[in-house]
Design a protein around this ligand. Structure first.
Ligand SMILES: [Zn+2]
Length: 447
């Protein structure tokens, strides 16, 4: 089985084969999946075998790991340091890096090494991640994406407009069927897409929120006349301000795919609530603030054997949702993906000699609640005592809005018992070209 049949197979398995009626049955199923996965993968990965060596108590003589949920965690830097011994197919880091870098340069992201697709993810602190996936792992991923993302069964014709960094032969595989994919280059100016989009009339629109926002502008100005039945935000944090704007412009819920090189972690149900994809991989929580329900996900993906991801901690901060979702799914609902841990602001305490973390969500809300005249914004922490803010607001209200924003942030900082930093305002720059991911709240120095 290969290519399209395999994608359809995974589509069917994800959509219809994994219905759990309780958390217990889900957890039992995950345990079975992970234990059989470890049994297959550990003998092939010398890194993990060594890493778990001192943990004999976890292993019985059949190499079963019952307590796998407590195994030591890894992260991107550990994965990169041990790349050669960690993957199970003998790929060398130096060769993979060469392939990935030349793919970035030529913008041909279909690059492969020994038949494995090589991908690279960037990190703020400069630590790049390298990822190797087999064809069948990619097809499983595509099947899962379709199962979660399509608003109707796969037999219903759809035209999907997909804004990506580069095309992939994966989409062309599916293209021959009723589901059509049209790739739009994220690096081209937004105006260059209007004519093609109008002609194509997508039923599903997938793009980063910063691009969705530009398309929403064009739709509001009657330059763009598309009416997708599903709008999906990917690749960037969906800011509540952008969510409202995009939702109103397209008159559709803004759905989200929480997806990164490490895995397909979450999707929104029909009510627009994000649920973790616990029916595809295991996601454990490492709390950074238990009272506020903020955690970093630790993922174990029992489908990836090429480069096994076992108890891998992502740098993202996720906020739990307190209320259950109306859809009745047993998959954990979440309130928001806040962004990277690197974007947490740190300010000196007024009382003690320590730094106080301020989560991106709190900054975001402080800005948004300050005034409804704010169309767009960016907040950058430059140092422990300087924050730079740029606001897009109508000229006539700019000065009063500035005062309200400053006041709102002062309130937040005072409530958090930190020293109030200097706040500098700069002009808001609108870019219609995607050079990098939009992060409205970010920190530019390391703590
Ligand atoms: Zn739901």
């Amino acid at each position: 089985m290969n290519g399209l049949p395999r994608i359809i197979w995974y589509y069917l398995v994800t959509k219809y084969g994994r219905k759990f009626n309780s958390r217990t049955s889900l957890i039992n199923w995950q345990n079975q999946q992970v234990m059989s996965f470890l049994k297959q993968v550990l003998p092939k990965s010398s890194f993990y075998r060594k890493y778990y060596q001192s943990l004999n108590k976890y292993f019985d003589h059949n190499l079963n790991i019952h307590e796998w949920r407590d195994l030591p965690i890894i992260d991107k830097s550990i994965m990169m340091e041990n790349f050669d011994d960690l993957n199970t197919v003998g790929i060398k880091k130096s060769a993979a890096l060469e392939v990935a870098l030349s793919a970035e340069k030529s913008r041909n992201f279909a690059a492969t090494l020994n038949g494995y697709t090589i991908g690279m993810s960037s990190g703020t602190s400069g630590n790049r991640g390298l990822f190797a996936v087999s064809q069948s792992e990619q097809q499983a991923w595509a099947g899962a994406i379709l199962a979660k993302g399509l608003p109707q069964p796969i037999t219903t014709p759809q035209r999907i407009a997909f804004f990506l960094r580069a095309n992939s032969n994966l989409y062309e595989t599916v293209n021959k069927q009723r589901i059509q994919f049209q790739y739009f280059d994220l690096f081209k100016p937004v105006e260059s897409h209007f004519a093609k989009l109008n002609e194509y009339a997508p039923t599903i629109l997938v793009a980063p929120p910063s691009m969705l926002r530009l398309l929403a502008d064009a739709k509001n100005n009657n330059i763009l006349n598309i009416n997708p039945i599903k709008v999906i935000s990917v690749a960037e944090v969906l800011d509540p301000l952008d969510e409202v704007y995009i939702r109103k412009s397209f008159n559709q819920i803004v759905h989200q795919f929480y997806q990164c090189t490490e895995g397909f972690l979450g999707y929104t149900c029909e009510y627009g609530t994000l649920h973790l994809n616990e029916d595809i991989l295991v996601i454990q929580k490492e709390y950074v603030d238990r009272d506020a329900g903020k955690f970093m996900p630790i993922i174990t993906d029992f489908n990836r054997r090429t480069q096994p991801i076992i108890r891998y901690r992502l740098d993202d901060i996720i906020t739990e949702r307190k209320m259950p979702c109306r859809c009745g799914s047993i998959l954990i609902p979440i309130e928001s993906i806040e962004g990277r841990r690197d974007d947490i602001f740190y300010l000196p305490s007024k009382i003690e000699d320590k730094l106080i973390p301020i989560f991106p969500d709190f900054i975001r809300r402080a800005i948004i609640i300050a005034s409804e005249n704010i169309q767009e914004y960016q907040v950058v922490q430059k140092s422990l005592d300087v924050i730079v803010i740029s606001l897009k607001v109508a000229t006539e209200v700019y000065e009063p809005v500035k005062i309200l924003v400053t006041q709102s942030l002062h309130n937040l900082f005072n409530q958090s018992h930190c020293r109030v930093p200097e706040i500098i305002y700069q002009e808001y720059e609108v870019s219609t070209i995607h050079h990098s991911k939009l992060r409205r709240v970010r920190r530019e120095f390391s703590v």
